[in-house]
Design a protein around this ligand. Structure first.
Ligand code: AMP
Length: 269
């Protein structure tokens, strides 16, 4: 509807500048901006950090107010998942089984279900998602496309600290020593981009170089390092169209993810 464009930013709160970059984009492009703050229990595994996930609701509200957010939706879990709740929205297939799907069974089922519910409740024209959670973005885009959900998904670039660490609510778990060690994720992605820029196209070689950088940091345990097709996330041998390097690693008890695109320039000459 003209003059009534609703932009939506779904979050789990503990808002940082990564989240706020999505809010700013929505504020620029839409007439109304809604933000949800909901630590979604169904996307956490039983041994994951649901209980200790940072909750900073009054600070979050203040940030939303300053950013001229029109509506904050922060439901209790009992309202989103009342007793007897049985309806799940699931994207099946390789894209939810690989990488995060392999490390965190049922994670994406929780993500797609809560996003479908939030989209139905808020009724946005546009929803903004960070590329920081690249696989999540691709899964949501697939769900919206395949289920004909009447909204547009806008991907937004990853916001980083000055030293390269991707902003994440989970960074608050890191001790100063772990915080230093965590820099190896972005360093490793930069190295992958560097050898790609110098002409390397073999996925295995790019992956190997990124892995070597990660292995140089003894505090880091690698869950995966992978060079994949940027759309399907399927393994590739050579980077001939857009690809993505994805990393998941644990530092102490904190699990971090990061990624970067490898974009092949289309030459017309
Ligand atoms: P979360 O609260 O972690 O579920 O994130 C809510 C939204 O913010 C998701 O679309 C994330 O991808 C996005 N987001 C989180 N961290 C960043 C970041 N550093 N840069 C850009 N977007 C981010």
């Amino acid at each position: 509807m003209a003059g009534r464009k609703i932009g939506f930013v779904p979050t789990m709160g503990a808002l940082h500048d990564g989240h706020m970059s999505l809010v700013r984009r929505a504020r620029e492009e839409c007439d109304y901006v809604a933000v949800s703050i909901f630590v979604n229990p169904t996307q956490f595994g039983p041994s994951e950090d649901f209980d200790k996930y940072p909750r900073t609701f009054s600070d979050d509200l203040e940030k939303c107010k300053k950013a001229r957010v029109d509506l904050v939706f922060a439901p209790p879990a009992s309202e989103m998942y009342p007793p007897g709740f049985d309806s799940w929205v699931e994207v099946k297939g390789f894209i939810t089984q690989t990488l995060e799907g392999e490390c965190r069974p049922n994670h994406f089922r929780g993500v797609t279900t809560v996003c479908a519910k939030l989209f139905n409740i808020v009724g946005p024209d546009v929803a903004y998602f960070g590329m920081k959670d690249y696989q999540q973005l691709k899964v949501i885009q697939k769900m919206v496309r395949e289920l004909n959900m009447p909204l547009e998904i806008v991907p937004c670039p990853t916001v980083r600290e000055a030293d390269g660490l991707a902003m994440s609510s989970r960074n608050s778990y890191l001790s100063p020593e772990e915080r230093d060690a965590a820099l190896v994720l972005s360093r490793s992605l930069m190295k992958a981009q560097e050898i790609f820029a110098s002409g390397e196209r073999e996925a295995e070689v790019i992956e190997g170089v990124a892995r070597q950088v990660l292995l140089s940091e003894p505090l880091v345990r690698i869950d995966y390092v992978a060079v994949r097709d940027a759309e399907t996330l399927e393994p590739i041998e050579r980077v001939e169209k857009e690809a993505v390097v994805l990393i998941a690693a644990r530092i102490g008890s904190t699990r971090l993810i990061d990624n970067c695109l490898l974009s092949v320039e289309h030459r017309t000459d």
